[in-house]
Design a protein around this ligand. Structure first.
Ligand SMILES: [Zn+2]
Length: 324
């Protein structure tokens, strides 16, 4: 009998969410555990296993699951390991796919979270039927998944597609978590937007609703709330952010000529406030041969579901693999 379901696991620094998904992208059952509270990886795997077994009972056992897909920070598709993940409690190299596979006896495929989002979009979302697109996730950081000819680009080492760390300011750029300066992520992530707000409030003298807030705790959501009330300074922060994204996208288009760039994450809630400046800057800066050819789309997957769906989509391609 064809196995009708897959299981998706999205590991974040704070929470790990998981769910059983059918071929149409409906989440049938889901659960979550805390990620950061297990100093020993084996205790984490055990808690995860127990949580998943509860869901498996609901559907009549693990025989119904074709495979497990895992999205994890710095997850390496080639060897199923997490490597150099700074926001997780475990040091060094964790063979996560192997540990989950051994615990549950179901084939496991693993990749990083932005790649999982791209596969989710291709399987269930706005990129269905597309063979060439770039997924950009705008969250605490800026992640990317590049699809060329229907395949995710992993590169020779499994880590390809770090567009958030392309340098867009060569001089006096902002310091990035990666240790370099001027990365796209430092300007256009949610934290980047908050950073811009602090800079604007310091340098400029004009009035703004944002001046009522403690600059140190301003978030991108505060900027959004002010912008939809018509606050000029907040709107300009989105113009600035969108322009940087659009300029960067013009370059990304030159690399792989995508049919679409798909945006996902908290910042996309800003809608036209961010989309219009992106579109304008992209069109102004793109090479003529590509002009008007690349669509700019927002993910239509519900944010709460997208993490599980994205990871689960990998489960359809999970094979019995031997781990090194
Ligand atoms: Zn960086």
């Amino acid at each position: 009998m064809e196995k009708p379901y897959v299981l998706g696991i999205d590991m974040g620094g704070t929470n790990t969410v998981f769910g059983i998904v059918d071929a149409r992208g409906t989440i049938l059952h889901s659960g979550s555990i805390k990620t950061g509270i297990y100093p020993d990886i084996n205790d984490y795997i055990d808690a995860l296993g127990k949580g998943i077994e509860v869901l498996l009972k609901e559907i009549g056992g693990s025989d119904k699951i074709k495979g497990i897909g895992v999205g994890a920070p710095n997850g390496n598709y080639f060897n199923g390991c997490i490597e150099f993940a700074s926001n997780l409690p475990w040091k060094n190299r964790i063979p996560l796919a192997q540990l989950i596979c051994e615990r549950l006896n179901i084939p496991v495929t693993l990749t990083n979270d932005a790649n999982a989002a791209a596969i989710g979009e291709m399987t269930y979302g706005v990129a269905r039927g597309m063979k060439d697109f770039i997924m950009i996730t705008l969250g605490t950081g800026v992640g990317s998944g590049i699809v060329v000819g229907g395949n995710l680009v992993y590169g020779h080492d499994g880590f390809a597609g770090e567009l958030g760390h392309t340098i867009i300011r060569r001089h006096n750029g902002r310091l990035c978590g990666c240790g370099r300066e001027g990365c796209l992520e430092t300007y256009t992530s949610a934290t980047g937007v908050a950073r811009t707000a602090r800079e604007y409030l310091e340098i400029r003298k004009d009035s703004s609703l944002l001046r009522q807030l403690d600059p140190d705790t301003i978030t991108s959501k505060d900027v959004y709330d002010a912008a939809i009330k018509g606050d000029k300074l907040a709107i300009e922060i989105f113009d600035f952010t969108g322009a940087i994204l659009g300029e960067a996208f013009a370059d990304f288009i030159a690399f792989s000529s995508p049919e679409a760039i798909v945006l996902f994450g908290g910042l996309t809630k800003a809608g036209d406030l961010i989309m219009k400046p992106i579109q304008e800057a992209m069109e102004k800066n793109v090479l003529k041969v590509f002009a008007g050819k690349t669509k700019l789309l927002f993910s239509q997957l519900k944010e709460a579901d997208a993490a599980i769906l994205g990871a689960s989509a990998l489960g359809w391609e999970a094979k019995e693999v031997l781990f090194e």
